[in-house]
Design a protein around this ligand. Structure first.
Ligand code: WTA
Length: 635
């Protein structure tokens, strides 16, 4: 037996030991007993971190949508698969059953085929959180097209960069989106982006807000009439275990976003198995993850993981503050949510609004609470535990990444005793290591280091689209024969892990990864800017906010600094999106640099967080004299 469902701490340790002693055997049993295969694998695992190359279930044939939909039809055909809760609370929720989902995915898949989309083609999906988003993702998977979902809060520039990097043939979007009491002109953003996207042949447009939009003849097509005509049956494309399933972009420390490529079988097995255990999903539970499908959390734990388990998964179109700050709790009460998975930034924002929005809702259905995306501070953890879980619902603080595909370090609820701010123990199959600066593994407990993973797991990204060298350099070159996460972590006296934050140039703002380089590039486009550097500084709600140090060109003219500040944020909004706007901008005369010309962000971070008592070693600076000037300006 594979212990697919872990029920207590003893079982966890037993399963964990087995997963480490004989990983191939461990994953083979899980794959065998819980999934639908067209053909069995020839080999469970083949790997070489020096290339790097990782293959799971090589030789197997399958289609992930048959696992997420078809196989549930006999036993769960009338069960709600996707429960759609609209932005406007007065609009009725939609219960999309597994039978409905089957038909809607097949129809959509047939539409894609009729527009020439084939196995291996890339399709960009730029949609709000409406059912068409999940359905189009699954429709791509049905026919073997590679989906690249771009979060619908990204700007036209960011969208164009992503479309071009993976040479998408099609964009799927909508006539607009609702966000609280606002509407957003998504189609306008797509039109702007497509001015420089030569590979796009068609744009499929879903109707959501009935906006009067422009349709480019020959390129843009309304979706609904095509769906009306399409057949409800679509044979699933038979995929190899290692065929690509999707690309999802994440920020890196250099300018260009990284298109992380995930493949089929391993991703399916790992997301399904983690979903089952981390959320202890039972047949009639209603599960809600508040993430957007535009991020990895939505891919793995709104769409694939839950559906592979035949779960009911909620999709919420709106925002936590609309019509008021009680919206999340109203939805929990309305749909009797059992598992609730959100981000620390949302918890902090809601905690700030006080308990009046919480106490008037019945939250007794909740069994398990989760968080993801950034470290959760102790205060937010306790607020969540006391007021939402009423100290009876364990909090699963899940650490993982776009690159890892699924949850890596997490408590198993009702098994692992939780500890505030700790992600606790590795999930079965995950072998973490903490490394010191010299590249040696730090053994034992009560230690701190850089977090690596020593052994492959099924859902790890296989490459960066179009740039395998960058994949190798970023993740497999810092420490020999190990995957480097880019995070720091500590291990306490009982072996629990606590993630301390990024050790590279990525800043996590409201749970979104932002690389410093693309934002600095955007700032530098302002005609008055000579140079810039950004760092994160602590923020009550967002976790981190962005602090920009900007050197203006010396043109002899006087400038209105307030205007320049506004213009800089305007450019950032256009280039990247509003999530990357700077909270503070300090105009400065110089930036601290090492002899090799690298900005020493450590110092800038300390100044930004007003922690200047100990700036650390500045002896390697080329220009130590600028530091005092920056401090004086900041105070
Ligand atoms: C951070 C999100 C602390 C971490 C699934 C990681 C966390 C990055 C946690 C990945 C957590 C994620 N505790 N930090 N529970 N979860 N992170 O790719 O720095 O959007 O490397 O994936 O978020 O963010 P990504």
């Amino acid at each position: 037996m594979s212990n697919y469902h872990i029920k207590n701490l003893e079982e966890y340790f037993q399963v964990y030991r087995k997963s480490v002693r004989n990983p191939e055997n461990f994953w083979e049993e899980i794959a065998e007993e819980h999934f639908l295969w067209r053909k069995r694998w020839d080999k469970v695992l083949d790997w070489d971190f020096t290339k790097p190359e990782v293959k799971w279930f090589e030789g197997a044939k399958l289609n992930i949508t048959e696992n997420c939909i078809d196989r549930h039809l006999v036993t769960r055909g009338n069960k709600t698969a996707i429960l759609f809760e609209p932005n406007n609370p007065e609009e009725e929720a939609q219960h999309i059953t597994y039978n409905d989902l089957y038909k809607r995915v097949n129809k959509f898949a047939n539409v894609l085929k009729s527009k020439g989309i084939k196995k291996g083609d890339r399709v960009c999906i730029y949609l709000p959180m409406i059912p068409e988003l999940a359905i189009s993702v699954l429709a791509c998977a049905r026919i073997g097209a590679i989906h690249s979902v771009v979060f619908a809060g990204f700007s036209s520039n960011a969208l164009a960069t992503r479309i071009n990097d993976s040479e998408c043939k099609m964009v799927i979007t909508s006539d607009g989106s609702y966000r609280g009491n606002k509407t957003i002109d998504l189609k306008g953003i797509v039109d702007e982006a497509l001015r420089e996207c030569p590979t796009i042949e068609n744009v499929l447009v879903a109707k959501r807000i009935n906006a009067n939009i422009q349709m480019k003849v020959g390129r843009d097509i309304w979706l609904q009439p095509l769906l009306n005509e399409a057949s409800e049956d679509c044979e699933a494309e038979v995929m190899d275990a290692e065929d690509p399933l999707f690309i999802l972009y994440t920020s890196g420390s250099t300018g260009k976003p990284k298109g992380m490529l995930h493949t089929t079988a391993g991703y399916m097995v790992y997301t399904a198995y983690t979903f089952k255990n981390v959320f202890q999903y039972k047949e009639n539970d209603v599960y809600w993850c508040t993430a957007d499908i535009g991020w990895i959390t939505g891919h793995s734990y709104i769409v694939y993981g839950p559906l592979a388990n035949g779960a009911t998964t909620v999709m919420f179109e709106g925002v936590p503050s609309y019509p008021d700050y009680g919206r999340f709790w109203e939805i929990v009460e309305k749909h009797k949510i059992n598992q609730f998975y959100t981000a620390p930034t949302a918890i902090r924002a809601l905690a700030k609004e006080g308990l009046s929005h919480v106490d008037n809702h019945d939250l007794s259905s909740l069994k398990i609470l989760g968080t993801v995306g950034e470290p959760i501070n102790e205060e937010a953890w306790h607020w969540y535990d006391d007021n939402i879980g009423k100290r009876k619902s364990p909090i699963v603080d899940t650490w993982w990444q776009t690159e890892t595909g699924g949850i890596m370090i997490t408590p198993i609820p009702f098994s692992t005793p939780t500890k505030p701010t700790y992600a606790t123990l590795p999930f079965p199959g995950i072998q973490p290591a903490l490394m010191d600066a010299e590249g040696s593994e730090i053994k034992g407990n009560q230690v701190e280091g850089r977090l690596c993973i020593k052994f492959p797991w099924p859902s790890m990204a296989r490459t960066i689209w179009g740039n395998h060298q960058r994949y190798k350099d970023t993740y497999f070159s810092s420490f020999e024969n190990k995957y480097f996460t880019g995070d720091g972590a500590l291990r306490d006296e009982v072996g629990y892990y606590r993630i301390t934050g990024r050790v590279d140039d990525v800043i996590i703002v409201s749970g979104h990864n932002l690389g410093t380089a693309p934002i600095e590039d955007a700032i530098n486009e302002h005609p008055a800017v000579a140079e810039s550097a950004i760092v994160g500084f602590p923020h009550d709600i967002k976790g981190n906010a962005l602090y920009g140090y900007v050197i203006l060109k010396d043109t002899g003219e006087s400038r209105n600094q307030e205007n320049v500040r506004k213009e800089i944020n305007q450019i950032i909004t256009e280039q990247i999106g509003p999530i990357a706007k700077l909270d503070k901008i300090q105009f400065t005369q110089g930036l601290p640099k090492t002899r090799s010309g690298k900005i020493m962000r450590r110092i800038l971070r300390k100044i930004a967080s007003k922690d200047i008592s100990n700036l650390g070693d500045t002896s390697t600076l080329l220009n130590p004299e600028v530091v005092q000037g920056i401090i004086d300006e900041a105070l």
